[in-house]
Structure formats: structure tokens, C-alpha cells
Design a binder for this molecule. Structure first.
Ligand SMILES: Nc1ncnc2c1ncn2[C@@H]1O[C@H](COP(=O)(O)OP(=O)(O)OP(=O)(O)O)[C@@H](O)[C@H]1O
Ligand SMILES: [Mg+2]
Length: 266
């Protein structure tokens, strides 16, 4: 299964927004997508259209990966999956494993043997033809370690600003330092620039990013756009009703399909 992690050590850079935009384009291209909300904030779950309290009390990723001997993580994760609430035939190909505050308690279980492999075990039920997108919190703690251990590819989203570029570099360094100890199978395969504006400092940071990441820096960069923020507030994909934004996400999702070496479907 090509499991793809979306991460940056910096918060608020657009990780969740980009996850929803790419999920939508993958589904439009005929792919089946499972989005996994591995963030205690649960922002992704809300942006898949669960704006009300329908998920309250329902099983979540946090419950599915609760540590325990003899637990069947995969069966529990499968049982918490719900359909995406977006409109459109293509949206029927997207499913969500909801996150939320319960995940916060999982970090305390990090000292148990093999605890960092729980999410990988939980995802083992997923059909190998599906793409799994995992959204993560802006931290390098145990939730991130579990998500890295479950992933084949890592994408980072960064603003063209110093602090979030540092967050992306730290993520890459973390993967290399812990690769052997955590038996990581993932690489940082793509860098998506978000919230870009036509200001001199953003041009400078774009050059920095080129120097740091070379061909792993993906184009186009996503501009700062009111429609993106609005659509996310309404729990719909960022490109809704804005074809130019849709074309950008379509290009970014094709970069991802290339990295995953996934065959074209539609
Ligand atoms: N290109 C953009 N233009 C306008 N608003 C944006 C853009 N990208 C993201 N936003 C908005 O900025 C806020 C932060 O985005 P988002 O929640 O996706 O970031 P994040 O990296 O997932 O944050 P966290 O680290 O808390 O998980 C959201 O309100 C989102 O709608
Ligand atoms: Mg987020």
C-alpha cells in the first residue's frame, strides 16, 4: 500500500488543506483514497464534511490504536472508517479514518514494545490498490513516529518563510537519523509550497527551498487565496468552484502518483 504522510514540524502551514486538495484530485482521477486523521486536533475529519457532531462517540483512530496485548489494530481501524461527506460521484471513492482528542492519550503508550508500529499494523487491512493519506500534527512526538513507521512516502507542506522551511528540514533530518532504529521505509519525496504571495521574501525562500530540496520541490506553489480558506471552513475541498486551484492540485497529485508509480486509471 502506498501510504503517504503529510507533515511539517511547523504548525498552520496548510498540511490538512493540502491533504484534502490532493485527496479530491486523486479521487477525480479514479483512485480510491483513505485519509487518516492522525492529529488530535481532528481538523481533517471536519474538513471531510463532518461539520456537526455525527462523529462524536464514534470509534476513531485514537481508539483503534490503543496499545494492548493481543489487540487487533487492523480490525479496529477498519471498523472506524466512514465515508467522506463531499458532493460528487468521485467523492464516493474517498473514506476517512477520523481523528480527535483521544489520540493525545496514545503518546503515553510510547514505551511499550513495538508501540511505534501500531499504526502500520492498523493499516495492514487496506487494499494495496488504495492510496492512504495520513495527516499529522505539527510535532515530532510519538504520533509522528507512528505515522512515519506506517508510511512509504512523505510529503511536506511549507510556507515560503523561514520557520516552516526549518520545520521541513527538521522533518527530513529526523527521518534520516531514525531510519534504522525505527525501521523506516519512507523518504521525503515531495515539498509543496503553500500560501505563497508575490513578495520579495517569498522569492528568496523559494530559492532557498530549491537549494535544499532540488527536484523534490514540486510546482506549482499554492497561492494564498481567500477561496481556499473559505472552502476549508465549509468542510469542502479547497479547489471547489475555483478551476485554477483545481488545476494546481491536479498537477500536485500527478507528482504524487509519479512518486508512487501508480498506474493511471481514468
Ligand atoms: N493557500 C491558502 N490560502 C488561504 N488560506 C489557507 C491556505 N492554506 C491554508 N489556509 C488556511 O490556513 C489555516 C491553516 O491551514 P491548515 O489547517 O491546513 O494547516 P495545518 O498545517 O494543517 O495546521 P496544523 O499544524 O494545526 O495541523 C486554515 O484555516 C486553512 O483554511
Ligand atoms: Mg492540520
Amino acid at each position: 500500500v502506498p501510504n503517504v504522510l503529510v507533515a511539517n514540524h511547523k504548525g498552520g502551514v496548510g498540511k490538512t488543506m493540502a491533504t484534502t486538495g490532493i485527496a479530491a484530485e486523486l479521487a477525480k482521477a479514479g483512485h480510491y483514497v483513505l485519509v487518516v486523521d492522525a492529529d488530535p486536533q481532528g481538523n481533517l475529519s471536519r474538513r471531510m464534511g463532518y461539520l456537526d457532531d455525527r462523529l462524536v462517540g464514534k470509534p476513531t483512530v485514537g481508539r483503534a490504536i490503543t496499545y494492548g496485548r493481543g489487540r487487533r489494530y487492523a480490525a479496529e481501524l477498519e471498523a472506524c472508517i466512514v465515508p467522506c461527506q463531499w458532493e460528487g460521484d468521485w467523492a464516493d471513492r474517498i473514506y476517512l479514518a477520523p481523528g480527535g482528542p483521544e489520540l493525545e492519550a496514545r503518546a503515553a503508550e510510547q514505551n511499550y514494545p513495538d508501540a511505534w508500529q501500531r499504526l502500520r499494523s492498523a493499516l495492514s487491512f487496506v487494499d494495496p490498490g488504495w492510496c492512504v493519506l495520513i495527516d499529522t500534527p505539527p510535532s515530532m512526538g510519538h504520533l509522528m513516529v507512528m505515522a512515519l513507521a506506517a508510511s512509504d512516502h512523505v510529503l511536506t507542506v511549507t510556507e515560503p518563510e523561514f520557520d516552516s522551511v526549518q520545520g521541513a528540514l527538521h522533518l527530513r533530518e529526523f527521518i534520516e537519523v531514525y531510519r534504522d532504529r525505527l525501521e523506516l521505509q519512507c523518504d521525503l519525496d515531495g515539498v509543496i509550497v503553500n500560501a505563497a504571495r508575490k513578495v520579495a521574501v517569498h522569492e528568496v525562500r523559494w530559492s532557498d527551498l530549491q537549494a535544499h530540496f532540488g527536484e523534490k520541490l514540486w510546482e506549482p506553489k499554492i497561492p494564498l487565496r481567500a477561496s481556499i480558506a473559505e472552502n476549508q471552513e465549509f468542510g469542502i475541498p479547497p479547489q471547489t468552484n475555483v478551476p485554477a486551484t483545481g488545476r494546481m492540485f491536479a498537477k500536485l497529485s500527478r507528482h504524487l502518483l509519479d512518486v508512487m508509480r501508480a498506474p493511471a486509471i481514468l
